[in-house]
Write a protein that binds this ligand. Structure first.
Ligand code: ATP
Ligand code: MG
Length: 293
């Protein structure tokens, strides 16, 4: 299978600070790969290098068959990006924003017009075509950013926290749209802090911390490999008799990890759930809040 994206020992330094340290991973064509990690882990920096917006300090990068130094306008037009921070022009209308974006990539006027109709329907905002960006809600802007990323009908769609600020319905809609894009054969590279989202959508997870890859695998493989299958949530402090189980302090309560259902005798069935990707994240990245590295 061909890779749409391949990073090989990529480093990125900002002055003395190394934000990305020897990151290697691939995104196979037609798959959805999620790049997960705590705040400041180096996800956006990695995506910006893939987009050609930042130059790696060292390492090899291959995007849609082109090496880093060959990433030209044409290659860029085959990549659609939803940036972490919306950069729509607030003074222009939705339609004008999409038009400016499309013409930047040299797309024909008629094509942009057709695509605008299509992508606005795709995000259920066709009725806002003539609205100014400044008149839209935060969640609507997020959806317009998603629509804009699709104007050029890209082969590779890069989504940097696309559902942040979306209501539950809009989030479900976006998940469905990501699945539709995959069904059309497009490749998806996603970052998100919602582990349920990553678990639902991804074929492969790349977990990064402090600029380094710390785990790779399908959601199911990672859960199986790294965490006990049963999780119980109890009020703090850790109930007596459960000390032998691995536990994670998550603030007001404590998670108890077990290979069997024995903690049920003490805690009942109500607080029992199967292990999920969030448990993998908590275990491998530690729980302490990341405000800086
Ligand atoms: N232009 C820059 N100059 C200096 N440092 C930077 C720059 N861009 C990012 N960094 C630093 O690189 C590190 C990684 O930042 P990055 O934006 O890639 O994190 P992230 O994984 O996307 O985090 P988040 O989940 O908060 O979006 C951070 O410590 C950040 O402060
Ligand atoms: Mg980021």
């Amino acid at each position: 299978m061909n890779n749409a994206v391949k990073l090989d020992k990529i480093h990125k330094k900002f002055g003395e600070f190394e934000a990305v340290k020897e990151v290697s991973f691939s995104v196979p064509e037609g798959k959805c790969v999620s790049l997960l990690g705590p705040n400041g882990a180096g996800k956006t920096t990695s995506l910006k290098m893939i987009m050609g917006l930042l130059k790696p300090s060292s390492g090899e990068l291959e995007i849609l068959g082109a090496q880093a130094n060959e990433i030209n306008h044409h290659i860029k037009s085959r990549i659609g990006l939803v940036p972490q921070d919306d950069n729509l022009d607030p003074d222009l209308t939705v339609e004008e924003n999409l038009y400016v974006f499309g013409s930047y990539y040299g797309l024909k006027k008629e094509f942009i017009k057709e695509q605008t109709t299509k992508v606005l329907e795709f995000v259920s905002l066709a009725d806002r075509r003539k609205a100014k960006i400044s008149e839209l809600s935060g969640g609507m802007r997020r959806r317009i950013s998603f629509a804009r990323a699709l104007v050029s009908d890209p082969d590779l769609v890069i989504l940097d926290e696309p559902t942040t600020g979306l209501d539950p319905q809009a989030r479900h809609m976006l998940w469905q749209k990501v699945r539709n894009l995959k069904a059309e054969g497009k490749t998806i590279l996603l970052t998100t802090h919602y582990m349920d989202e990553a678990e639902r959508l991804s074929d492969l997870i790349v977990l990064v911390d402090h600029g380094q890859v710390i785990a790779k695998g399908s959601p199911r493989e990672l859960i199986k490999e790294h965490v006990e299958p049963h999780v119980f949530e109890a009020e703090k402090p850790l109930p007596q008799g459960l000390e032998k189980f691995r536990n994670e302090d998550i603030g007001e309560s404590v998670l108890i990890y077990s290979t069997d259902l024995s903690p049920e005798k003490k805690l009942g069935t109500f607080h029992h759930r199967p292990a999920n990707l969030e448990d993998v994240f908590l275990k491998l990245t530690g729980r302490s809040l990341r405000e800086s590295n």
